[in-house]
Design a protein around this ligand. Structure first.
Ligand SMILES: NC(=O)c1ccc[n+]([C@@H]2O[C@H](COP(=O)([O-])OP(=O)(O)OC[C@H]3O[C@@H](n4cnc5c(N)ncnc54)[C@H](O)[C@@H]3O)[C@@H](O)[C@H]2O)c1
Length: 363
């Protein structure tokens, strides 16, 4: 464990053990404890601290309010062959997401494709994890996700928040090379990133958010503490359009639940996810597809980096770079996030001294 400029750097085994102690406080089975911890730390390892262990205090609040149900599993509501409608029963998204993908993967292998409409899952975390699961099974996947929590993103041209950061994700696997995993929030930056910036006392880039009067601001507090402003969608009306489609497909169609009020009272985060899984070998000559895709990816990567850039990358690559680095060097956790985690431990009845020790801190 090290401490550098307001950051603790915690080794992977130590962080894993400390977070296991915390998640046991939810009353989860040992398997669920491991799954929640590994998924969240997996987001930190891939550079997405916004969707890593820093979510646990929020999960603790949702659980204590009775809106996150540990040890819940996916319930099949409609099974129509290549169409599955699933209910996540407010369970940990780390378990529900994996179970939903397992069902969809089995169907897509059998039938060539499967549409999975998943509703009422608690926070599904980093959506790329589900595209990676499908890609590891050799499947292409597309995911449209809505977020039912307090609204945080303004519609293009609007002055206040009307929906969530609605992520969109695509996974494309190849036999001879790493998959393409495109996975992003439709807001200019993920909300968790404004929380991390707020915790670190940093400004966000211009063009990311508006204040409570609808004026441009760089202060992340306007998305963290009242009076609240809103994040903007990426790419103006284009990102707004994609966010809208995520709400209509992931929310209205898959979950039967959209954001349509300013209710700030609940801490839970529900995700609806509309996923399309496709076996590429059933719709194309796999070798020809891979050869053509590989040629295009190499051609794109061949562009010389322009000023201000070190590299031309492919979606999925930055996360793999972080994964290698952080697995080796440890995971940075800012001091505010860490203290929120220690507070959450106390709320869950977990011994905070033991937890700190497990993470490598002096008691
Ligand atoms: N569950 C939820 O409710 C929820 C809501 C919003 C976001 N999220 C998650 O938050 C995470 C972070 O989202 P974000 O919008 O901050 O992501 P981001 O802005 O970091 O973009 C990530 C995507 O862009 C690619 N990328 C990054 N730099 C690149 C480069 N230089 N060249 C080429 N590709 C590059 C990455 O490989 C990845 O596919 C995602 O995993 C998303 O699923 C979840």
């Amino acid at each position: 464990m090290g401490n550098d400029k307001g950051m603790h750097v915690i080794s992977l085994p130590a962080l894993r053990e400390a977070m296991r102690q915390l998640v046991r406080g939810f009353g989860s089975t040992p398997a669920e404890v491991d799954e929640v911890v590994d998924n969240l730390i997996g987001a930190n390892l891939r550079g997405h601290d916004s969707h890593g262990i820093g979510m646990l205090p929020r999960y603790a609040d949702a659980f204590l309010e009775g809106n996150l149900q540990p040890n819940a599993h996916v319930r099949v509501e409609i099974d129509a062959g290549a169409l599955l409608r699933l209910n996540g029963q407010s369970g940990f998204g780390q378990v529900i997401g994996r179970e939903a993908m397992e069902l969809g993967i089995a169907r897509a292998r059998e039938l060539g494709s499967c549409v999975v409409a998943l509703g009422h899952s608690h926070h599904l975390g980093r959506i790329g994890a589900w595209a990676e699961q499908a890609a590891a099974a050799g499947l292409v996947s597309v995911h449209f996700v809505n977020v039912v929590s307090r609204p945080i993103v303004a519609p293009h041209g609007g002055s206040d928040a009307r929906f969530g950061t609605n992520p969109f994700c695509v996974g494309i696997p190849f036999e001879g090379r790493e998959p393409v995993i495109l996975d992003f929030a439709t807001s200019v930056i993920a909300q968790g990133k404004t929380r991390v910036a707020h915790n670190k006392g940093e400004l966000v880039d211009p063009g990311c958010l508006i204040d409570d009067q609808g004026r441009p601001s760089q202060l992340p507090r306007f998305t963290v503490v009242p009076p609240l402003g809103a994040l903007l969608t990426f790419g103006g009306h284009k990102g707004y359009g994609l966010a809208l489609v995520c709400e209509l497909l992931g929310g209205a169609l898959a979950a039967g639940l959209t954001t349509h009020d300013h209710d700030n009272s609940k801490r839970r985060v529900l995700n609806g996810m509309f996923s399309i899984l496709i076996d590429p070998a059933r719709i194309a000559d796999r070798a020809a597809f891979e050869a053509e895709a590989g040629t295009f990816l190499d051609w794109t990567r061949g562009s010389a980096p322009r000023e201000g850039f070190d590299d031309v990358l492919t979606a999925g690559e930055p996360e793999r770079r972080y994964l290698a680095e952080r697995t080796r060097d440890g995971i940075p956790v800012d001091v505010t996030t860490w203290s929120e985690i220690v507070d959450a431990a106390a709320r869950l009845g977990v011994d905070a001294t033991q937890l700190r020790r497990a993470a490598g801190f002096e008691a």
